[in-house]
Ligand binder design. Sequence first.
Ligand code: DC
Length: 216
Amino acid sequence: MGKVIAIDGPSGAGKSTISRLVAERLGFQFLDTGALYRATGLHLRRKGLKEDSSDEEIANALKGVEIVFIDGKVFLKGEDVSEEIRTTEAGHYASVFSAKKAVRDFLLQTQRDAAINNNIVAEGRDMTTVVFPTAWKKFFLDASEEGRARRRYLQLKEKGMEITMDEALRDVQERDKRDSSRDIAPLKRANDAIYIDTTDLNLEEVLKRVLEAIGN
Ligand code: DC
């Protein structure tokens, strides 16, 4: 088992960018677990599953399906879906289906397997609490709702997507409410996670704080 740096937090707190940079700096692998949930949601949507589908129906639809995250890209049954999963719609369905036990069970081992032979930086909603509760280092990245909506808005605009600030704000509000209030593996701050509010910090400042806490 490699070393695990586990990073949780709500959407738009800057987890992905920081995790990628920390991984690069330390020579660790980067694991974006949100991408795995987004690809799973995409598959279930394509198969016609709905918010009220049962765990049994979902588990059946996921049987034999391989979803992997390699070198910053996510593959669904061998198809590179890295671009397709980045829309607000894909984020919405990832959040909806991620509340299902069948989906969380399906992805648990995939996530843990990533650390078997590698040192990893894993980011998501339940890295510090459920997937890697004994992680080497734990962080919780947070930011104000407006700050997170602004970051989401800029990220999607940069990718050429149509979105307004209002839509970005609604997206973070709706997803964070659902991700924090679900019964299984909700987003919550672990007692032993280092808390960083990124609202008024730039990328370098957040990176510096994380690296300092790791002892670099
Ligand atoms: O980090 P993200 O925005 O790409 O994640 C998309 C959704 O996936 C998020 O709204 C909730 C879900 N998710 C989760 O439930 N657990 C994780 N470890 C990562 C993501």
